[in-house]
Design a protein around this ligand. Structure first.
Ligand code: GDP
Ligand code: MG
Length: 489
């Protein structure tokens, strides 16, 4: 339950504060930390702010702020204690129940998997939750969020597999979906899945998440491919630079997954030394615009609970319609828009390009700077080979003939090669029924065994070789990555 749900006079214990970093920090500095008791001094239904008593002080929170604080009502604790002991006396028994209930609630971690399409989110979701979702190579397989559960080291994890996105703007349904999820579900920790062998593009989304100021861990996925490429990434240094722990994973095999969730727990418990909120510098001109807007937005605590003011400022400057709609209800909306238009045109006049491209350029500049210091290119042989194969199997001229040849090969092998074991099985089954025919007396039992069991089962298993060969080819094409190329052409 949320702090804002409590009535005047009710008491509760704090479980956790949700929302982005700066917001959480401010609320926690006021004393709203796990295990603290809080009492509602004044909460009238339409009244904002609400008055609380915590650590012996009186503090006021906006209703919207209080709705981001998860609590356990002491009434629920008494109920768990069968109504005993009475409200006034704080007994040992009650303390224990409170502690247990807070612990139980605090040990639930909500995770969202955020990353580009095909970066391995669903594979990670599957190894973590044990669910058997189908892993597709073509984009658009994940159109909805899937939820999974698992427990690890005494923590209960709720994990969401979100649709793949390249950025967090409002251009595609996937982007809007992911952003809405982050805003409405406020995950405790975001696992940003990035493809280790394609960092330049994958880290773009990461820079946007950094703007959002969310708790996050990076899963450096497909680390096996990076190793095979001969390139070396100093991921510890990279993590230190961007203030986000980076954990190598291979979600196909499960390597690194335990380490990933150990780190998620650390970040959740605010115990990871790497975690630090950085500002990606967008250059003096844009930063000036961001600052002006941010300062204006900051004065309204109602809107900054889910997204950081810096993120909102950047998105407003970029002309993000969804963010505008989010703020439309606010009373200062008009003046923000005037300010935005002024800053936007100032930036565009000075830089000679629209804000969106300018921001993207600066972000890519930041990424390539970070990679220059941490990524060492090794031998390019394998990468070269991959490119060669890629250009061959997806080429305009050869792509389709190769595809048709592979399809022909698959079915030819299935039926022509499969015909041999098929005939062996057929004759084996025939021999078996002949032999039984010769040793058994006529009667219904013999009929059942020969025509029913051997005939029935035999009729099915003759197809086993075909099925095995067909599935062998399909698996081979999926795992070699050819399926992705075929989907592409
Ligand atoms: P999603 O679109 O982010 O959900 O990505 P998927 O989980 O569907 O994975 C896309 C493809 O990448 C699949 O073919 C996976 O088998 C493959 N894949 C996932 N994780 C890894 C990994 O760690 N290493 C390698 N080599 N391939 C992976
Ligand atoms: Mg998926």
């Amino acid at each position: 339950m949320r702090l804002s749900d409590l009535q005047t006079g009710e008491k509760a214990v704090i479980v956790k504060v949700l929302g982005h970093g700066a917001f959480r920090k401010r609320i926690m500095e006021m004393g709203f930390i796990r295990g603290q008791r809080v009492e509602v001094l004044l909460n009238a239904p339409l009244k904002d702010p609400i008055k609380y008593k915590i650590m012996g002080y009186e503090v006021s929170l906006r209703r919207s702020e209080a709705s981001m604080v998860e609590v356990i009502s002491l009434d629920d604790v008494y109920r768990a204690n069968d109504g005993e002991p009475a409200r006034s006396s704080v007994s040992f028994l009650e303390e224990e129940t409170v502690k247990q209930m807070v612990d139980r609630s605090a040990k639930t971690i909500n995770i969202a998997l955020v990353g580009n399409p095909n970066c391995g989110k669903t594979s990670l979701f599957n190894v973590a939750s044990g669910a058997r979702e189908h892993v597709g190579n073509y984009s658009g397989v994940t159109v909805d969020a899937k939820k999974g559960y698992f427990t690890y080291k005494g923590y209960h994890f709720n994990i969401y597999d979100l649709p793949g996105t390249y950025s967090l703007s409002a251009y595609t349904p996937e982007e809007i979906y992911v952003r809405r999820h982050l805003r409405e579900e406020t995950p405790d920790v975001i696992v940003n899945v990035v493809v280790a062998s394609n960092l330049e593009r994958n880290l773009y989304l990461t820079t946007e998440l950094i703007d959002m100021d969310v708790s996050m861990v990076i899963a450096l996925n497909m680390y096996d491919e990076l190793e095979n490429s001969g390139n070396v990434l100093d991921y510890d240094t990279l993590g230190g630079m961007i203030g986000v722990p980076v954990i190598p994973t291979v979600s196909k095999s499960g390597r690194g997954i335990e380490n990933l969730f150990d780190t998620v727990i650390d970040v959740y418990e605010n115990q990871n030394p790497k975690v630090r909120h950085i500002h990606i510098n967008h250059g003096p001109v844009i930063e000036q615009g961001i600052k002006v807007l941010k300062d204006a937005l900051k004065t309204d605590p109602r809107i900054i609970k889910h997204f950081s003011p810096r993120y909102l400022a950047i998105k407003l400057l970029e002309g993000d319609r969804e963010v505008e709609n989010l703020l439309r209800k606010e009373q200062n909306f008009g003046s923000w828009m005037t300010l935005r238009d002024k800053e936007k045109s100032k930036i565009e006049k000075t830089l000679g390009e629209d804000v969106e491209s300018a921001v993207a350029n600066e972000k890519y500049g930041f990424i390539s700077g970070a990679l220059k210091e941490t990524l060492t290119w090794g031998n390019k042989e394998t990468a070269h080979l991959t490119h060669l194969i890629d250009s061959l199997v997806t080429s305009k001229v050869l792509g389709f003939p190769i595809f048709l040849f592979l399809m022909w090969l698959m079915f030819e092998a299935t039926f022509t090669v499969g015909a041999y074991p098929m005939s062996w099985i057929e004759s084996g089954v025939g021999l078996l029924s002949e032999w039984i025919n010769s040793i058994m007396l006529e009667g219904p039992l013999k009929d059942l065994i020969i025509n029913g069991i051997i005939g029935g089962v035999g009729g099915v298993i003759v197809f086993l070789p075909n099925i095995l060969i067909l599935y062998f080819f399909i698996s081979f094409m999926e795992d070699s990555g050819y399926m992705a190329r075929a989907a592409f052409i």
